[in-house]
Design a protein. Structure first.
Ligand code: DAH
Length: 359
């Protein structure tokens, strides 16, 4: 009779297909009025000898049924989970759905896009990205760059000065007027040799169709034992060709910056036909950056010995080259946060330039 119970329940447990069926079986077998429980109760009517044999056997049967139910329950749960996973899969590589639900409606601003493009192209040539504060001491923004107090270049920069409390007569901090102070900070931090670019925000009190009080520059600096203007020209031509996707000729014009000697302004080749600017063709020229060989005073301010090291530097307007590359006519629209403009000129967040994918 015990063997019958065992066979009956174990095979029913084995074929149970729901947790509810298992629970019914548990009650039928070892619940208060279950068959096994009733059998246990009948032990009282047995002789002591019988009880000594039947008692342990019934207990063992109860344990066996309990663990068979637990095992089957776990198996059913696993199967249910497997089944759910089979149906509830999600392809996380699918693009977001646009439209009414507002997903994937954002776009990457052309300045961010060009910032990333610059970073990718220069990184490929071994330049690392450096950063510096936007609120800068006047020493880093001017003095260290060979622009001493009362130098006319300070006046020309339309500098924003930070407020100082009355009675505090330390020189005021400034909103950096260019990314050049990062040259000094990088030299101090890393010494020579050095190869960095610094894309960043800069500020000048100037506002018209071609100027905004905040704009963007990318600074470049390369220092080594025998770095020359020829290296500068190669790096810049390499950059413009990768950036505009076409061979771009450059023209170096002698110029003057306090922090470089000699200094040059660099123009890129372009045509102005039909009211649009086309880079890399025609016989017009457009100025895009300032550059030169780093002045010995500047190297010294950065803690580098000018008798041992030399290098080139350049500073380029990011907004300007973004306008040129993507045919954007008005600089001020960059900072209007006009959604229609952003939808038109913005970039998909999934198409950020990288070294792997290119620009
Ligand atoms: N800092 C200059 C400016 O904002 C641009 C510049 C010119 C940077 C020459 C340089 C350089 O590094 O060598 O107008």
């Amino acid at each position: 009779m015990m063997d019958d119970l065992r066979t009956k329940y174990l095979s029913q447990i084995d074929t149970a297909s729901t947790e509810a069926a298992l629970e019914d079986l548990r009650l039928a077998a070892i619940g208060k009025k279950g068959e096994v429980s009733l059998a246990m109760r009948s032990l009282g009517k047995m002789t002591p000898e019988e009880r000594q044999i039947e008692g342990p056997r019934l207990n063992a049967l109860k344990d066996e049924i309990t663990s068979a139910i637990a095992a089957k329950k776990a198996a059913l749960e696993d199967a249910a989970l497997e089944e759910r996973l089979r149906h509830e899969w999600l392809d996380v590589t699918l693009p977001g759905r646009g439209g009414a639900r507002g997903v994937a409606e954002g776009s990457v601003h052309p300045v961010s896009q060009v910032w990333e493009e610059c970073t990718a192209i220069f990184a490929d040539m071994g330049f690392r990205v450096a950063e510096g504060p936007q609120v800068e001491s006047d020493w880093y923004n001017f003095d260290a760059l060979n622009i001493p107090d009362h130098h006319p270049a300070r006046g020309e920069m339309d500098t924003f000065y930070m407020h100082r409390a009355a009675g505090d007569d330390r020189p005021p901090h400034v909103l950096r007027t260019h990314t050049s102070p990062v040259q000094i900070r990088s030299m101090q931090e890393h010494g020579a040799p050095l190869r960095i670019i610094c894309p960043g925000r800069v500020y000048r009190a100037d506002f018209d169709q071609t100027h905004t009080p905040m704009f963007h520059q990318v600074e470049g600096l390369a220092i080594g034992r025998d770095i020359s203007m020829a290296n500068l020209k190669w790096v810049l031509e390499e950059f413009f060709t990768a950036f505009f996707g076409t061979k771009v000729r450059t023209r170096f014009r002698a110029s003057h910056f306090p922090f470089t000697e000699p200094s040059a302004e660099v123009d890129i080749q372009c045509s102005f036909e039909g009211g649009t600017v086309k880079v890399g063709e025609g016989d017009g020229w457009l100025e895009v950056l300032g550059s030169g060989m780093v002045h010995p005073h500047v190297l010294r301010a950065g803690g580098i010995d000018p008798d041992e090291w030399q290098g080139f530097a350049f500073g380029m307007g990011i907004d300007r080259i973004a306008m040129l590359k993507y045919g954007i006519p008005d600089l001020r629209a960059f900072f209007d946060s006009d959604l229609r403009w952003l939808r038109h000129y913005g970039f998909s967040a999934l198409q950020v330039p990288t070294l792997r994918a290119g620009v």
